[in-house]
Write a protein that binds this ligand. Structure first.
Ligand SMILES: C[S@@+](CC[C@H](N)C(=O)[O-])C[C@H]1O[C@@H](n2cnc3c(N)ncnc32)[C@H](O)[C@@H]1O
Ligand SMILES: [Zn+2]
Length: 356
């Protein structure tokens, strides 16, 4: 066991991400936890209640309590590491005076509580789908739900059968698979919530290699969720969310992918709120964390709200050209360093590139 410091918190854990690790801690997720702290601090009201179903060392929940001061009650839960969480709470008690803390060691699927929560966090090993019902049962109207998934083989198209089984969707390995994965995850969570009469809207996403995290807000408005299919040509990079049997560029068969969330991947109002609280500097992020958060949120806000991005590699190799420089395109995406978005359809994109 080692002693770590992250943000405002000191804690015991093992620097191991393996299931067999005594107490899980992944230092590579610091930026993800920074986003989490900023989001909670900006969007959750004072005196809220929070529940973390998979606490590990407790670092995430500890940071949320100590750095945002938004919670007057916070419940930590982990089937394995409740004793360490208690120790870590003790080490940080000066920073947590305002919060009533409870530590449970329940299996997350059978976590029970007599009261509901304003913030619930699902950060398991693998897929979150098994835990959605326990979380949704306990989510307040207006609350925020955070959902992580690391079963990227399923979501990103390498394990299509697993994706069909867990998410009810056909995924596909493509140049923009991470976007498909995020959209399939959102669809699954939004549909699970509808069964609980909760309308969830996605606020923000984060993709880091084999890790996807999406934040949702439970709205009281009844809006029809934007769920449907994408169509991908296997003979050229053309894709669309228009129902298309034959590719309108090369004439080949279009293949249906999904169903998936086809709406925006972020909520402009809430992300703008996060950006302004960051600029007001109310949280004590290091300069490095602040500038990383600033550029991430600005990049999110400038993403074109269109389905899927193209990469310079796939377009260049399709055109049998030397790799086109990404700096040529002004609408980039946080999902790939070589990715760009365009409002043009594929035929117009190719036409404009050929006419240069
Ligand atoms: C990915 S880690 C959580 C990481 C933590 N949220 C963080 O940011 O560092 C997953 C944790 O879930 C716990 N866990 C695994 N299966 C569980 C289950 N069915 N119910 C409750 N906890 C479980 C593990 O012991 C592990 O600590
Ligand atoms: Zn085609």
């Amino acid at each position: 066991m080692e002693l770590f410091k992250e943000g405002n918190v000191i804690f015991h854990a093992e620097d191991k991400q393996l299931k067999k690790a005594g107490v899980f801690f992944n230092p590579k997720r610091k930026f993800d936890r920074d986003i989490n702290v900023l989001l909670v601090s900006s969007l959750i009201k004072d005196n809220s209640t929070g529940l973390e179903l998979f606490s590990g060392s407790g670092i995430r929940g500890l940071r949320l309590c100590a750095e945002t001061k938004k919670f007057n009650k916070f419940t930590f839960n982990d089937i394995k590491s409740s004793n360490i969480i208690k120790q870590n709470l003790e080490i940080n008690k000066k920073n947590l005076l305002m919060t009533v803390k409870t530590v449970n060691n329940a299996e997350a699927t059978s976590f029970k509580s007599s009261s509901k929560y304003d913030y619930i966090d699902i950060d398991p090993f693998g897929s979150p789908v098994f835990y959605l019902d326990s979380a949704l049962n306990l989510l307040k109207r207006g609350g925020v739900l955070a959902v992580s998934a690391t079963d990227t083989a399923a979501l990103l198209g390498s394990a299509q059968k697993a994706c069909l089984r867990k998410y009810g969707s056909l995924s596909l390995k493509t140049a923009y698979s991470n976007e498909i994965g995020i959209r399939i995850l959102i669809k699954r969570v939004v549909e699970a919530a509808l069964a609980h009469s909760i309308n969830l809207v996605p606020i923000l996403f984060n993709f880091e290699g084999n890790f996807i995290r999406v934040y949702f807000k439970a709205n009281s408005l009844r809006i029809k969720p934007n769920i449907g299919y994408a169509y991908q040509c296997y003979n050229c990079p053309n894709r669309t969310i228009e129902t298309l049997e034959k590719c309108d560029y090369c004439g080949s068969k279009m293949h249906r992918v999904g169903p998936m969330w086809l709406g925006s991947l972020y909520n402009k109002k809430y992300v703008t709120k996060m950006l302004s609280s960051l600029k007001q500097n109310s949280m004590k992020f290091s300069d490095e964390s602040s500038s990383k958060l600033l550029s991430y949120l600005n990049a999110i806000l400038s993403e074109l709200p269109v389905f899927s991005y193209y990469t310079t590699s796939e377009i260049s190799s399709f055109l049998k050209q030397p790799e086109i420089r990404i700096s040529k395109f002004k609408n980039r995406t946080v999902l790939s360093p070589k990715g760009f978005r365009t409002k043009s359809n594929f035929s117009d994109l190719i036409k404009s590139l050929n006419s240069e």
